[in-house]
Design a protein around this ligand. Structure first.
Ligand SMILES: NC(=O)c1ccc[n+]([C@@H]2O[C@H](COP(=O)([O-])OP(=O)(O)OC[C@H]3O[C@@H](n4cnc5c(N)ncnc54)[C@H](OP(=O)(O)O)[C@@H]3O)[C@@H](O)[C@H]2O)c1
Length: 366
């Protein structure tokens, strides 16, 4: 490891489940040392994600049944699991979507990435069996992430990137776009599909809009009307409100048909039954989030009598990230950078992220 690197750094450290005050800024946190298969990244920007909010607040606990609010859930303690079903230990540096430069590497990581501008693939894998969904973790959840000046990660989790985009723009992609592409892949979306996207103005939703259009599908987004103009610019064919009164009739008016072949859902909650109801016979429902609430009611008659297929989507095979890097480099997807904040203002940035007045992603810069 280079001798020119500092011993200490600025970092925002999560001290436990709870409110925003659990995010504590340090100016003398130890700079991590890369293990043999890891590289050390000098972080330039790190995007915010709901995993940060859900882990901090404890929303992944089965004892929590409400929407993501961003506030602490009283019933949650350190024994409660995070996204993967097991608790994590604190202190923990969160932050998954890093853009930065590799400045050092471990003994088995090779030197070829040193000096390269990179973004991170946030799925920690068993690299002897990278398609396995077991022994997985998430950067900034099961290990320290990017809300710090330096971060370490396995060298197979970084990709050098050749792009004119800013660091902050590059930090909008990894989690949201990989998740979105994973959903579209699980649902086998093609140009013949009409895709209804919930939460279309958010990080994952705006990525689904772009990536489904990239596949040639017809895309209808559900989003707050104030955000419709930006989503039209991204290519959405039609936009309805967050909770349409009569989804079938509104679809008919917007796209000339009252049903869709695919629902890509990251919202869940009270709107779930309505989006299932507009699925065609043989339609596919794919889901990677439930920001409006995880507990929904399903009429099983609709499910089986209409021959629906449901796919959950979380852990994504490595090629999805590699593909994404290609889409970024070829300008096939656009960053939706809503705002940047300095690392020191991570609490303010996360409050803005929770308030949802923005379209796309929020990023902290270092
Ligand atoms: N499985 C995975 O690997 C994975 C990865 C990433 C994210 N996720 C999950 O997917 C969900 C969305 O993530 P994201 O990053 O796209 O979120 P986001 O950027 O916060 O966007 C969510 C969007 O949902 C809409 N919304 C509808 N009902 C809402 C409600 N009750 N509360 C808040 N927003 C509501 C909002 O748009 P309008 O205001 O326009 O309605 C908002 O823009 C989260 O639950 C997240 O945990 C899962």
């Amino acid at each position: 490891m280079s001798t020119q690197l500092p011993d200490s750094m600025r970092a925002v450290v999560l001290t436990g489940h709870g409110g925003l005050d659990q995010l504590v800024l340090h100016s003398d946190w130890p700079v991590p040392v890369p293990a043999e298969n890891e590289v050390l990244i000098k972080v330039a920007a790190c995007g915010l994600n709901n995993t940060d909010v859900n882990t901090r607040s404890g929303w992944y606990s089965k004892s929590v049944t409400e929407a993501t609010t961003g506030s602490a859930y009283e019933e949650v303690n350190e024994e409660d699991p995070t996204w993967g079903g097991a608790p994590i230990t604190f202190p923990r540096i969160q932050g998954a979507d890093v853009a930065g430069t590799v400045v050092a590497s471990g003994s088995r990581a090779g030197a070829s990435l040193v000096g390269k501008r990179v973004i991170t693939d946030n799925w920690l894998r068993d690299w002897d069996n990278p398609l396995s969904m077991h022994n997985t973790g998430y950067f900034g959840s099961e290990c320290n992430g990017g809300y710090a000046e330096y971060a370490t990660i396995d060298y197979r989790n970084v990709a050098a990137i050749n792009s004119n985009l800013t660091d902050a723009e590059l930090a909008t992609f990894s989690c949201s776009y990989s998740t979105a592409e994973g959903m579209l892949t699980r649902a086998n979306v093609t140009a013949t599909d009409t895709v209804l996207v919930t939460g279309a103005s958010g990080g994952v939703g705006s990525a689904v809009v772009q990536l489904a259009k990239r596949r040639g599908a017809t895309v209808v987004g559900l989003a707050s009307p104030a955000k419709h103009e930006q989503l039209k610019d991204l290519g959405a064919d039609a936009l309805l409100s967050r909770s349409p009164e009569n989804p079938g009739a509104e679809l008919q008016q917007a796209i000339g048909r009252s049903t869709v072949s695919v629902v890509a859902d990251i919202v869940g909650g009270d709107g779930f039954a309505d989006v299932i109801d507009v699925l065609d016979r043989g339609g596919r429902y794919t889901c990677s989030g439930a920001i409006a609430g995880p507990i929904v009611s399903l009429d099983l008659r609709t499910f089986y009598l209409r021959d629906l297929t449901f796919t959950g989507s979380t852990i994504i095979p490595p090629h999805v990230f590699t593909d994404l890097v290609g889409y970024i480099e070829r300008n096939e997807v656009r960053p939706m950078l809503a705002a940047t904040y300095p690392l020191e203002e991570l609490q303010t940035a996360q409050q803005a992220f929770i308030d949802k007045k923005h379209t796309g992603n929020i990023v902290v810069t270092l």
